[in-house]
Design a protein around this ligand. Structure first.
Ligand SMILES: Nc1ncnc2c1ncn2[C@@H]1O[C@H](COP(=O)(O)OP(=O)(O)O)[C@@H](O)[C@H]1O
Ligand SMILES: [Mg+2]
Length: 344
């Protein structure tokens, strides 16, 4: 349905997107996730047709819509794609219903058809009663619902979202995640969703592309990223909490992995690490940094000399700043990465 081949985008000599290839079937919810500046918005803008690639192609449903080498690009309005940004950009002089109706007017639909569709999408987004209000008379969360209603009104086959929830407070953000998934389920539209928030990515996506420095580090299901991270970057970027990476040289000699000759970094899952107040020759001594409850368990973090370890443990712990915490790593690592961060 969406197929991206060797896609690159340069601004002058700066390569914002580097040789990205991926493909998702119709009805997928693809999330592009990565730190700020890694090229997510540039990718989405190329999908929308607002930016043309320097190299590579984009196909929707087997049809080439962008081609870095070729002469043509299908213009944004003819891509059958709807776009929602972080800032909602509703027309302030139009009512909510007017905003949602606008793209249908542009598409040349008749009044009765438009009214029926406006009512239908306002109902889908749970804002039936707001049709006559103006954007400045509703809350931020409601404005974002209106923006989404306006996007889906003309029934685009592809929905493009650029950090649509980052302006909302935490509670509303969580609520809107499930709202968006419901909209996705009802419309069955293939969606591409950009976020820097890995939790959002992991909870919403059918497919995730983890981006870093313009490249896709890994493309897979949320489950695959957690169970089989292909790089140290992915291992420490995804998961709640993310996995721990420990330099081979920092593992105590008394630990089964502490033998000489190991190099690179080992990955350990937080739930596989034991925490104690008491020293043990096989444990790593750390300074207590923080503790927080996590679904009935405790998430405990210690730091020392640039190393940061997080364990998830049963039971109640009473640590305070200044305490030493001893982290006992499991006898085998969940993964190993070489000095360049590649899976070994
Ligand atoms: N029009 C532009 N001109 C020059 N550099 C740009 C332009 N758009 C984006 N960039 C640069 O490309 C990189 C990726 O930007 P962007 O795709 O917006 O990242 P993200 O959305 O992941 O934060 C950034 O370093 C940004 O400064
Ligand atoms: Mg961006």
């Amino acid at each position: 349905m969406i197929r991206i081949d060797s896609l690159s985008k340069s601004f002058g000599t700066f390569e914002a997107v580097k040789n990205v290839s991926l493909e998702v079937p119709s009805g997928s919810f693809l999330v592009l996730v990565g730190p700020s500046g890694c090229g997510k918005s540039t990718m989405l803008r190329m999908l929308a047709g607002l930016e043309s690639p320097t190299d590579g192609t984009i196909q929707f449903d087997g049809k080439t819509v962008s081609d870095g080498a070729g002469p043509w690009t299908i213009e944004p309005a003819k891509r059958n794609a709807g776009l929602v940004f972080q800032s909602y950009a509703l027309w302030p002089h139009m009512t909510v219903a007017g905003n949602v109706e606008w793209p249908l007017k542009v598409a040349g639909q008749g009044k009765a058809e438009r009214t029926a569709r406006v009512n239908e999408v306002l109902h889908l987004l749970g804002i039936d009663n707001l049709g006559r209000r103006f954007p400045n008379e509703i809350s931020g969360g409601q404005q974002q619902r209106v923006a989404i209603a306006r996007m889906i009104a003309p029934k685009p086959g592809i929905l493009l979202f650029d950090e649509p929830l980052s302006n909302l407070d935490a509670k509303l953000r969580v609520e809107m995640r499930s709202e968006l998934l419901r909209v996705h389920r009802v419309t069955q539209a293939t969606s591409v969703y950009v976020t820097h928030d890995q939790v959002e990515a992991m909870t919403m996506a059918t497919h995730v592309a983890v981006m870093n420095g313009g490249s896709v580090e890994q493309f897979g299901s949320p489950q695959e990223l957690v169970s089989e991270p292909s790089s140290a970057f992915v291992a420490t970027f995804v998961g709640t909490p993310p996995a721990n990476l420990v330099d081979a040289g920092l593992i105590p000699a008394a630990h089964p992995l502490g033998r000489k000759g190991h190099s690179g970094r080992f990955m350990f899952r937080p739930e596989d690490i034991l925490v104690s107040r008491h020293p043990d020759p096989a444990s790593i001594e750390m300074d207590f940094a923080e503790i927080s409850p996590l679904a009935g368990r405790s998430m405990i973090t210690g730091t020392r000399n640039g190393l940061r370890l997080t364990a998830v443990a049963d039971g109640s712990f009473r640590f305070t700043i200044g305490d030493k915490v001893h982290f006992l790593l499991p006898p085998a690592a969940a993964a190993c990465f070489d000095s360049k961060g590649k899976r070994a």
